[in-house]
Design a protein around this ligand. Sequence first.
Ligand SMILES: NC(=O)c1ccc[n+]([C@@H]2O[C@H](COP(=O)([O-])OP(=O)(O)OC[C@H]3O[C@@H](n4cnc5c(N)ncnc54)[C@H](O)[C@@H]3O)[C@@H](O)[C@H]2O)c1
Length: 472
Amino acid sequence: MTTTRRSFIKTLSAASALAAAPTLPGFAYIPNLKKISPNDKIRIATIGMGIQGNFDTMAALKTPGVELVAVADLYDGRLQHAKTAFGKDKSLFTTRDFREVLARPDVDAVLVVTPDHWHDHITIAALKAGKHVYCEKPMVQHLNEGKAVIDAWKKSGKTMQVGSQRISSAAFQEAKRMVQAGDIGEINYIESNNDRFSSIGAWNYSVPPDASTQTVDWDRFLGDAPKRPFDANRFFRWRNYRDYGTGVAGDLFVHLITGVHYVTNTMGPTRIFSSGNLAYWKEGRDVPDIMTSIMDYPKTAEHNAFQMVLRVNFANAGRINDVTRIIGNEGQIEFSENNLILTKKKLPIAPGYGGYDSFFTFTEPVQQEFVKQYDAKYPPDTRKAEPAKEVRFESPKDDDPHAKHFADFFKNVREGSQGTIEDPVFGFRAAAPVLACNESYFTQKVVNWDPVTMTQTNAGTKSPQKVMAKKK
Ligand SMILES: NC(=O)c1ccc[n+]([C@@H]2O[C@H](COP(=O)([O-])OP(=O)(O)OC[C@H]3O[C@@H](n4cnc5c(N)ncnc54)[C@H](O)[C@@H]3O)[C@@H](O)[C@H]2O)c1
């Protein structure tokens, strides 16, 4: 028996033991930093082969030298589909138990593409098992889960990438260049809305007619969520439930916040407040379909103080006109699809007078004195505004942010480096504000956050409503 085969069998029996264990695996950390030579394949496994699991796997396989060897999922139909879609050579290993994937020595890296409530558990177990990890956004489901992932990543020495792939786009890279070059002056406000009006847009994805406790591993799906009887909607439309998802903030705001953090080099906001409502999609979901969140970013060495306002309305039957704008005191950047428009506008030093102004209400002699003083104070060169300029940036037609995000991950894996564009410290600093949006919505209080130490500074504070109710 070769050493490799012996250790493979040893690991498999460890996997069987783990499969029988009631809790998650307690692997000791397997030290890393073995580079993978350019000639060696990087072997990946996808854990969670649903909608995004398929897209992530396809994007990952665009990097040369990467191959898919295993898939874990909890719905048998998706395991069967994966064999057809990705197992051309029929050797694709499939299982309901992600621990069997982690125990395989032929897996170098895993893609964690499960519902949000599993992200931290699987990521930590994978890092402990010596795997590199690509974890979908938001990195964790709750504010108190981020540090454990960061610690596991640091201890493991493994490469990790969080999956808000848009920051790998040419448009975001150009926006970062513009902001860092001072093209829009000091940023003071960022706004974005992301409205929808369709059942699928509101996350009511199709439920397969064969969904049952035979075809779905319901108990495993629940994980650390409250126990309840099988419910196909909860399994296939998990975003609609707080137990498994992170609502509109975790699903949609997180992409924009990731982009803003990348472009501005910020660490995050200090105050977060959300309000909203469940207005339309009342089929049983317990998360809002309308939410507006306000975040205060404090002045730092990297940027002035700015405010960010994000909105989602899944019940917008009006004309949907989504915009994302980064506004500064000398211009703005507006994103549309994969392109952006930079508009530059700089005020002259002289404030001007006349028009809709108090000037005409002065007496004639006072007006004359005003003009005399104004002319003395503001010579002609202080009165010229720089002409407004518009610069359009169009991403190259073949720009593929998803494939580029994976390419960055695999490049770091090969180099034995932890320096990905969206490592878990960055990933958590982007996830935390959106998790705070939910916390604020549900507790009806402002969340105070320390973005440097990554801790909630008013955790456990009573909500104003509860305090008011007690007073009555
Ligand atoms: N980056 C992006 O643009 C983007 C886009 C969509 C989704 N996502 C993220 O991807 C993740 C998955 O979303 P989706 O839309 O693909 O959901 P989905 O419901 O289509 O797929 C999730 C799959 O995970 C499987 N699963 C659940 N728990 C599991 C476990 N413990 N072990 C193995 N498999 C498990 C389910 O069987 C299911 O097939 C979410 O975190 C979501 O936020 C990211």
